[in-house]
Every structure is written in C-alpha cells, then in structure tokens.
Design a protein around this ligand. Structure first.
Ligand SMILES: [Zn+2]
Length: 147
C-alpha cells in the first residue's frame, strides 16, 4: 500500500503467506484445493488487516463465497489446510478430456478376401514350421547315427 503525504511516499510494511485450502462440495462430493495468498498489512492505527488474494487478485476470504467448480453449488465445506496431503484418497480423479478424439468410421466388411493377419500368419508360419521340421529331422537323424 502506498500513501502520499506532502511529497513523501510511505510504503506500509506487510508480508505475504500462502495457504492451501481444501474444499468438498456437499452436492456432488467433488474435492479440490485453492491456493491463497494472505497479505497482512498495518492499517495505520495499530491493527492488522488481512487481504486474501488468488493469482494476484483480491478475493473474498476462503470461508465466504466459495462455490463448487464442478457443479456450481455453494454448499461446500473446507478441511484444515494441508488435510488433502495427508488424505490423497479424497482427491477427485482427474477430469476427463473435454474433447474426445474423433472416431474414424470402420472400413466396410468384405467377405471376398481373408483378413490380412491370417494371411500374414500363414505366410510366415508355414515356412517356419517347415524349417523347424527339417531341423528336427536332422537332429533325429544325427542321434540315430551316433547311437
Ligand atoms: Zn459440486
């Protein structure tokens, strides 16, 4: 806070602290946290004034005027600061992607040709089976000659 007095600029001392307030909606049970900056200032009469900020903008204190970001209800409750860090199971799952990936249409089904995977399996499987059979034949032949 800046006060101009007879050409002299007085800057009142203050300090900021940060608080993380956990909330729960009493309508949809959504759980979330809001980070506040609490700026404590001297009012010039010996009293301390608290100013609550979110992202640098002055807002109402966390116990007044909070509404659910999920459903917009104002029936919310808060937990002690840091409560959710001790109870992570209460945090809601991540929001689903609002824009799902476009679905491509399926190709038309034709019965004239066999599906490609089956043809690929036959094309690779038959030579492998023939080679393995030939190798097995050679091993059996070698054992028969040795024994
Ligand atoms: Zn809600």
């Amino acid at each position: 806070m800046v006060i101009r007095y007879r050409g002299v600029v007085l800057v009142r001392d203050g300090f900021d602290t940060h608080q993380l307030w956990p909330y729960e909606c009493l309508c949809c049970w959504h759980v979330w946290e809001v980070r506040y900056t609490v700026r404590r200032l001297d009012d010039g009469h010996g009293n301390t004034v608290e100013v609550w900020l979110r992202n640098g903008v002055t807002v109402q204190p966390p116990w007044a005027g909070t509404c659910c970001p999920g459903c917009g209800a104002v029936q919310v409750t808060s937990f002690p600061p840091g409560y959710l860090s001790r109870h992570p199971e209460l945090v809601s799952a991540a929001e689903p992607d609002p824009a799902p990936a476009p679905v491509e249409p399926l190709p038309p089904v034709t019965s004239a040709r066999a599906p490609r995977p089956r043809r690929l399996l036959l094309g690779l499987g038959v030579p492998v089976l023939l080679l393995a059979g030939f190798e097995l034949y050679l091993v059996v032949l070698a054992v028969a000659h040795v024994g």
